[in-house]
Design a protein around this ligand. Structure first.
Ligand code: SF4
Length: 207
């Protein structure tokens, strides 16, 4: 079964969108621009917890859990959507493949994790030639898996976000920072200062 996943090697990363960029874009397009166009990233409590969780998950390779075949830290890619990213865990059970994405904490208000799982499913479908109808998000705080159904609606949402991120990365055009509640948990807040940007914009319009 594992041979059905074609290997991701000799890939020119410049031609592909990181799956992680989709998450960032849905959180805040300006943050996505800062991270993937301006190359800026600053850790905060949340990103450090998330990174250390992924580091732990990514230390293990292949294995079996009862009747389920598992592989961790595998690169996924899609030629059709020009996507690339490392999956935390891929499982196969009764000839059905599905991705499992690990997240710190519990399901939150600003979740865009389903989109990430859907993007992984799109890659997995292309790499295995089989349809992927579901995936899971594992929340470390509650130690529970949440089922993600890969519906047509979720697929369309993921594809629309892929196209928006492609445009962002291709043009490099900076979306304006917009102050929202999400800014409170954003690690880029001190360098972004969204309120200052809004004030400056109003000042420039008035002058
Ligand atoms: S502080 Fe707010 S506007 Fe600025 S990058 Fe973060 S979420 Fe976006």
């Amino acid at each position: 079964m594992k041979n059905q996943i074609t290997s991701v090697s000799s890939v020119s990363l410049a031609d592909y969108i990181p799956i992680a960029a989709l998450n960032q874009y849905t959180y805040c397009p300006h943050r996505c621009w800062r991270m993937f166009c301006a190359g800026e990233f600053i850790h905060n409590q949340y990103t450090i917890e998330g990174t250390s969780l992924h580091d732990r998950v990514h230390t293990v390779g292949e294995g079996n859990r009862e009747e389920i075949w598992q592989i961790r830290a595998i690169w996924l890619k899609s030629e059709q959507y020009k996507l690339i990213g490392k999956a935390d865990l891929i499982e196969a059970e009764k000839d059905e493949w599905y991705p499992v994405e690990y997240k710190r904490g519990r399901k939150g208000e600003w979740d865009n994790d389903e989109l990430q799982v859907c993007a992984q499913a799109l890659c997995l479908e292309e790499m295995t030639g089989q349809s992927v109808s579901s995936g899971y998000i594992y929340y470390a705080h509650s130690h529970q898996r949440q089922l993600v159904e890969i519906t047509d609606e979720l697929r369309q949402s993921a594809i629309a976000t892929i196209e928006a991120v492609q445009t962002l990365l291709f043009t490099g055009a900076m979306p304006k920072p917009v102050k929202t509640k999400r800014c409170d948990g954003c690690s880029l807040y001190s360098s972004c200062l969204p309120q200052a940007g809004e004030k400056l914009g109003r000042y420039q319009e008035a002058s």
